[in-house]
Design a protein around this ligand. Sequence first.
Ligand code: ADP
Length: 444
Amino acid sequence: MISRAVRNLGWTGGILFRVGLTVLIGALLGFFIGRPWTGVAAALAVVLAWQWRRRLQLLQWLMRNSSDSAPEWRGQWGELATAMLRQLKRKQFHKSQLLRVLRQLRQSTTALPDGVVLLSPKAEIQWFNDAAMRLLRLATSDQGLRIDNLVRYPEFVSYLRDGHFESPILIRSIGPVEGWLSLQLVPFGEGQLLLMVRDVTSQARLDAMRKDFIANASHELRSPLTVISGYLETLTSDDTLDPLLSGPLVEMRRQAQRMNGIVEDLLSLSRLEAADREAPREEVDVAGIIGQLKKDVLARAVHPQEVMVVAESQAKLLGDTLQIHSAFHNLVDNAAKYTPATGSLHARWWVDADGAHFAVRDTGIGIPAEHIPRLTERFYRVDAGRSRATGGSGLGLAIVKHVLQRHGATLEIRSSEGKGSEFICHFPPDRVQQVTLQPGTNAL
Ligand code: ADP
């Protein structure tokens, strides 16, 4: 009954009650021997010694790291031990859960067909799976070493240095197994990196076969087409021919010219794709090229009424003249094709701190937003009927994209349906050769 009453007092009350009772007993015993204070001091010493003993026992229990059961003590020490045991068990449960998840994660990444390498913020190898070991020929002893000291492909070294990890890079792997590897870095955590390695040899082979096929087919089509076009040309200029045939012959000649255009575009694309390296760095007279392009537009049977071409800089571009001419021609030609005679076409070439830029703006039919991301795909046309009617092959912007890629440049497309479009080529500063002459605006 007393113990229940003590428990009801709560922790502090219980302690005070027990200490008070011991001191009272000590005082009474001391009173009987005529020294009540000595009795009180002795009682306090007993309380202190007992508490000290419990503390030591608790410490020993904790040191034994026994998590099976708590010492069966009554009172606060018992409750303290039980609470500690509960905490200990909870911690052990979370730890085992975490270890299980980690083990599963390791097993699954080890089983992955793709290589995974975990890198520290300093690009040192922390861990890798079996596939990475095989594909990159890593060894267990490589852990702790910088990845670029082991994977020494120049493309990878500059990829790691530049920090633009949005898309993977392709490298030609050499060694026991020749092939193609796709490498992609994925940042995570606090500056750490995950290197994903994939063997893309079979896709690369298929891609190469597809490119070869297109190049060969286009090449083979070229000669018969030239012969057909030649005969059609002769026939259409023959005055003795039945007038009833002249209409179909003109149409046949037009279609043959279209086929020629497609074959030439396919061959240009194949040549661009076959060139592994970036474009050469010849001096390209952009002002001269765009002046010629203006003349080409004005020579069209139908063209926008206002055609303005402005070279704000005489700076030369360092690139491939033929490729740049073909890309800029495609952009200007499209603007002329997709803009009514009442509209306007503005082309502009300028240089600033970000590099050089060539923009072609028109007030034509515009492009619905959902088509813009796919415009540079081969044969992609917003309106196939209209494109065919204007003599388009759907390859022009694919050529532009490839040419720009070879020059380290990008294409920006802005368009609003029914209002017009703007295509801007952005060239990096290292592709621009500045002129020392006084720069000035030059309307051509
Ligand atoms: P195409 O030879 O058919 O013009 P491109 O690759 O040059 O092929 O262009 C792809 C498509 O993008 C075109 O079919 C057309 O629908 C659209 N396009 C390109 N330039 C313009 C422009 N300036 N205005 C409107 N639509 C355009």
